[in-house]
Write a protein that binds this ligand. Structure first.
Ligand code: HEM
Length: 332
């Protein structure tokens, strides 16, 4: 009976051989990110039942979630902490993929779909911040509107004037509908390409033991449960911030920590808000097509590794700088 079910559901097709390094932590960071995304989506789905995107009620509805809805504070915490974990695991995943040269032929489009997923993650965090409709959310929106105004015709689509529907409502649609659909589509492409090309070989080379793919699934379930435990512990002990209703015309907050590099650059030159994301994402997109060095050995990729380390250190430096500098006035 069980065997019949397994056959009908195609579970037997999971029995194929993969190299044993696929079960090592660096090679499961994408999987851990995927599991955290599932946790994020489930908690987000519950929150949508209680959140109201009307300007007059958005901030109050979050207070309602955390103060009155049964376990609302916990679900909100899970949603928030899942985002923090995803930011860390997806960054580590990108670093691993870079260091093991897994973006090189034939995995260029796996990398490209990953870069697009990264930009969608940024979109989720940004729109989610605005949804709080406290001072931080309001100022985030104000920054967005300022940038869209400077971008002229293209920016108009994402401005308040484009539609008579309130921009907070449109951000909500982005957050709970458009971004999730795009994410699920790109994730399917990402996973499909990983399956087609198989996991990349270890840069150190050598013969490797092969294991059954189901051992990888078991490993991911183990790490996934551990991640859920970590997210739950954080949700229990540290409540995500929520300010009161926003005050118009002032700039007193800083963005979430993952955007602090941009905030630091804005402090130097306000137009960085528009240019910096392009400067970061263009080389990321082009990397697999422009890196002509076919070697995957660390020692034979000295230039690429050096450039990567420099960019990494600059990003960390800018984030730390953003943490220690006080909130300033940017938008004229
Ligand atoms: C939502 C975000 C992402 C998810 C859920 C995800 C998921 C995964 C998973 C499950 C794997 C299999 C191996 C592993 O776990 O390491 C993988 C591999 C890969 N990912 Fe991602 N990924 C994401 C973002 C990214 C980003 C930002 C990049 C790079 C810019 C990227 C590039 C790649 C590449 C090139 C591979 C193939 C690696 C190899 O064969 O060794 N991914 N991803």
């Amino acid at each position: 009976m069980v065997d019949k079910f397994k056959e009908s559901l195609g579970i037997n097709s999971f029995h194929y051989q993969i190299p044993s390094h696929a079960n090592k932590i660096p090679y499961t960071l994408g999987g851990i990110t995927l599991i955290s995304l599932v946790i994020l989506f489930i908690s987000g789905f519950i929150l949508t039942q209680f959140y109201n995107p009307a300007v007059s009620d958005a901030n109050k509805s979050i207070s309602y979630i955390k103060d009155e809805v049964y376990l609302g504070w916990f679900i909100r915490g899970i949603h928030y902490w899942a985002v923090q974990i995803i930011t860390v695991t997806v960054s580590l995943h990108l670093i691993r993929v870079f260091l093991t040269a897994s973006y090189k032929k034939p995995r260029e489009f796996t990398w490209l779909s990953g870069v697009l997923l990264l930009s969608l993650a940024g979109g989720f965090i940004f729109t989610g911040t605005v949804l709080k409709w406290d001072q931080e959310g309001y100022e985030a929106l104000h920054h967005h509107l300022w940038a869209m105004e400077k971008l002229g015709a293209i920016g108009n689509i994402f401005s308040s004037e484009f539609s008579r529907v309130n921009i907070l409502g449109r951000f909500y649609t982005l957050h709970i509908s458009i971004l999730p659909i795009l994410t699920i589509f790109l994730l399917s492409v990402h996973v499909f390409l990983i399956k087609i090309h198989r996991i990349s070989p270890l840069p150190s080379g050598g013969e490797e033991r092969m294991v059954d793919f189901t051992s990888h699934i078991r490993q991911l379930i183990k790490y996934g449960l551990f991640t859920l435990l970590i997210i739950s512990i954080f949700a229990l002990i540290i409540e995500p911030s929520l300010g009161g209703e926003p005050v118009e015309g002032i700039e007193v907050t800083k963005p979430p920590w993952m955007f602090l590099w941009l905030y630091s650059l804005e402090n130097i030159w306000v137009y960085s808000l528009i240019f910096a994301p392009f400067i970061i994402f263009t080389p990321l997109i082009l990397l697999p097509f422009f890196d002509r060095n076919s070697s995957i050995k660390l020692g034979e990729r000295k230039t690429a590794i050096a450039v990567f380390i420099i960019i990494f250190l600059i990003m960390i430096g800018l984030i730390i700088n953003g943490m220690i500098t006080s909130a300033g006035h940017h938008m004229g």
